[in-house]
Design a protein around this ligand. Structure first.
Ligand SMILES: Cc1ncc(COP(=O)(O)O)c(C=O)c1O
Length: 411
């Protein structure tokens, strides 16, 4: 394996810096990836040549901005394999996209909600809180029952367990394409298909997969998929909900106001068609442009190249970390994951993360917004290293050496 697939010092200016006097080893990519020059350039180009509000202007800059926004939408739809039966709605990120679905199916504000008392929602225990808490709220709002698909003691999800939960009242099944806290990559294709065959609407949280595996909607039994720009080499504050048009049409809008209406009188409003109907207010146009440029970057480097690189690095990290006494990597054998999340005997992750930072190594520590999963596994907070195209084996070696040194100091 080449040590690094591309020359990151040249392409990713945010990484070319020292922290505490040492060259930065940025291993917090599951939280946020850095942006390559081509994404930074696309955003700068938009902001300096085309910045204006969209849809509401006849002037040249407004038309340029509208074209840039629509072009970004089309680019991202192609990126995730969306066809004519799909639509993509821009959001501020995965969290807003998942809230849009859960709220949109349970809100009674604009008429009868899709979810009703006695219906059942199934979410898995592997979820980030962004794909968990909105479903708790949807259940409360609608009177639906929330069921949780729990993993085995190793943190894996199984189709047999889902088969036991699915029933005639199951309306929604929501699952992650990659558990951010453990690195487990569930068999989401089979799980989604099983739920769809049982008549449920299916929701995929693709936040952790979109930067390397990139789920393909054309081959998935998936009604709604959510992802964020900042986890795929794009800007923060932008994301997308992409899904089947007929399903998106059934969602009550989350944001009421400008741009999402057709006609408003004193007492009544009719709403715009998709996607505007679900995009109330001024969108993050520069972010959408940057997110589309990030998709182009992933295509240019190659999805398989990126996936191969990050998964091989993760495998290498699992091997190196597992050699250390008192270290256990979660979901050590999971396929296709860029996340190595580990437990350390006698050392708190927060202390470990602080010592690693002093060695210039950025990792994330804590519960990773996934408390139900940690409860299921009977564990506390973890330390998480996560990889992107610019990371190297040399950085994993630095991580392993620094963890060993920190554990000696902390014990
Ligand atoms: C699996 C998963 N889902 C959802 C989110 C929330 O994403 P965002 O903060 O971009 O909305 C994250 C963020 O870490 C995540 O890892």
């Amino acid at each position: 394996m080449a040590d690094s697939a591309i020359d990151f010092a040249r392409d990713f200016p945010g990484l070319a810096q020292d922290v505490h006097g040492v060259r930065l080893a940025y291993l917090d990519n599951a939280a946020t990836t850095h942006m390559p020059n081509e994404v930074l350039d696309a955003v700068r180009d938009f902001e300096t040549t085309s910045r204006a509000n969209i849809h509401r202007g006849v002037h040249t800059l407004s038309q340029r901005a509208t074209d840039a926004f629509d072009g970004a939408r089309e680019q991202l739809k192609r990126f995730v394999g969306a066809g004519p039966a799909h639509e993509l709605v821009f959001t501020s990120g995965t969290t807003e996209a998942l809230n849009l679905v859960a709220h949109g199916l349970s809100d009674a504000g604009l008429g009868r909600p899709v979810l009703a008392a006695g219906d059942e929602i199934i979410v898995t225990a592997l979820e980030h809180h962004a794909n968990f808490v909105p479903w708790q709220a949807a259940a409360r709002r609608s009177g639906a029952v929330l069921r949780v698909l729990r993993p085995d003691p190793e943190g894996r999800l199984h189709t047999e367990a889902l088969a036991r939960l699915l029933g005639p009242r199951t309306r929604v099944f929501a699952v992650t394409a990659g558990a951010n806290a453990s690195g487990e990559r569930p068999p989401f294709e089979a799980l989604l298909k099983m739920a769809a065959d049982a008549g449920a609407m299916t929701v995929l949280d693709a936040a952790q997969a979109v930067g390397h595996e990139v789920p393909d909607l054309s081959s998935l039994a998936c009604d709604f998929m959510a992802f964020s720009g900042h986890k795929m080499y794009g800007p923060m504050g932008i994301g997308a909900l992409v899904g089947r048009r007929e399903r998106l049409e059934r969602l009550a809008p989350l944001r009421l106001g400008g741009d999402m209406v057709e006609w408003v009188t004193e007492q009544h409003t009719t709403f715009a068609e998709l996607p505007a109907r679900l995009e109330g207010g001024t969108p993050n146009v520069g972010g959408a442009v940057g997110m589309a440029a990030a998709a182009k970057f992933i295509e240019r480097v190659g999805r398989d190249t990126i996936d191969g690189h990050v998964c091989a690095l993760r495998r290498y990290a699992v091997d190196r970390l597992s050699e250390l006494p008192g270290v256990r990597v979660l979901s050590a054998d999971s396929p296709r994951t860029a996340i190595a999340s580990f437990l350390t005997e006698d050392a708190h992750p927060h202390d470990l993360g602080t010592l690693l930072d002093h060695r210039g190594i950025a990792v994330r520590t804590g519960n990773h917004c996934a408390q139900p999963l940690l409860d299921c596994l009977g564990i506390g907070p973890t330390t998480r290293a996560s990889f992107a195209i610019y990371n190297t084996r040399a950085e994993v070696d630095r991580l392993a050496a620094a963890v060993a040194e920190a554990l000696r100091a902390l014990r």
